[in-house]
Design a protein around this ligand. Structure first.
Ligand code: PMP
Length: 306
């Protein structure tokens, strides 16, 4: 199925959607050796604005480091290409997907002389888990799959190969009638969702697994921590959360560039709180959308206008 976009940037050129292809012997296709970002641009009063672009760009380059991969374009070039892709496709709001991957040279596991290919696409994308999810929350299933330990693969690098685990967990959840999975780490503590970080509210305070719990250092996670602290909440962002604490939470929610702030109303067979979006979740979700759609003028430094 063709997306409603005309132009994709690929290795320095703007190409038509149908020409943005790669060879079947691409290293990244065989071994999962790509790094990518998922970024949102919002339709604001002052025009289309990419949210926290600089932080996404930081993570994009940082993700290459364990793989000794060199993105052969500067930050300025990647930025210009991204803004231009949004402009050329006439998008008011968009989900933006920059990806860098080992391309084709020879097909050993060692990338050898494989080039680093880079592409940037953007397309319209609504609520990741559905509009209803934002308002009423979702049912999540604790996955039988554990997340890779950060001692097995760098979980703080946003690497394509990692998402095989996300697919296993997410599809298992959906096969069982749930919208999304919650994935425990190798120690059995709560890590994150397949593509989201997770927050717990208890007695008016917020808790989210620390960076050493084998999670991605989410930019939405960081945003919500800041928004919550600015509103006077205590946020514990360097803790371990046991599985049982999910059941006794007053509120739970996911965060992510795609998922934004999505309430979780049920975990396995247990209703969370009163089984709907909790009040602190709602307050922070409202703060988040007011921020990204620029109904407030705080954190102007987080916006790059297209
Ligand atoms: N964890 C994982 C595994 C993810 O894929 C994502 C989405 N990038 C997140 C957390 C949330 O990160 P962010 O808020 O930066 O999108």
């Amino acid at each position: 199925a063709e997306m409603d976009v005309d132009t994709i940037w690929h290795n320095g050129e703007y190409v038509d959607w149908e020409d943005a292809t790669t060879h079947v012997l691409t290293h990244g296709l065989h071994y999962g050796t790509g790094v990518f970002e998922g970024v949102r641009a919002y339709d604001t009063e002052e025009g289309t604005a990419v949210f926290r672009w600089e932080e996404h760009l930081d993570r994009f380059y940082e993700s290459t480091k364990p793989y000794d991969m060199e993105i052969p374009y500067t930050r300025e070039e990647i930025t210009e290409a991204t803004m231009e892709v949004i402009r050329r496709n006439d998008l008011d709001s968009a989900y933006v997907r920059p990806i860098a991957y080992y391309g084709y040279n020879s097909l050993g596991v060692s990338p050898g002389d494989c080039p680093t290919d880079v592409a940037i696409a953007a397309w319209p994308w609504g609520a990741y888990l559905g509009d209803d999810a934002l308002e009423n929350g979702i049912k999540a299933m604790v996955s039988s799959w554990r997340k890779h330990s950060s001692s097995q693969i760098p979980t703080n690098a946003k690497t394509t190969g990692l998402y095989v685990n996300s697919l296993l967990a997410g599809e298992e959840a959906r096969r069982n009638g749930y919208k999304e999975a919650i994935v425990l780490n190798k120690e059995g503590n709560v890590a994150e969702g397949p593509g989201e970080n997770i927050f717990l509210v208890r007695d008016g305070e917020l808790f989210t697994p620390g960076l050493s719990e084998s999670i991605l250092d989410g930019i939405t996670r960081n945003t919500v921590i800041e928004l919550a602290r600015e509103r006077g909440y205590t946020v514990h962002d360097n803790v371990s959360i046991s599985r049982g604490e999910l059941n006794t939470a007053d509120e739970l929610f996911f965060t992510g560039s795609a998922a934004e702030v999505t309430p979780i109303r049920q975990v396995d067979n247990v209703e969370i709180g009163n089984g709907s979006r909790g009040p602190i979740t709602e307050e922070l979700q409202t703060a988040f959308f007011d921020l990204v759609e620029r109904r407030t003028d705080d954190h102007e430094e987080w916006f790059t206008y297209v």
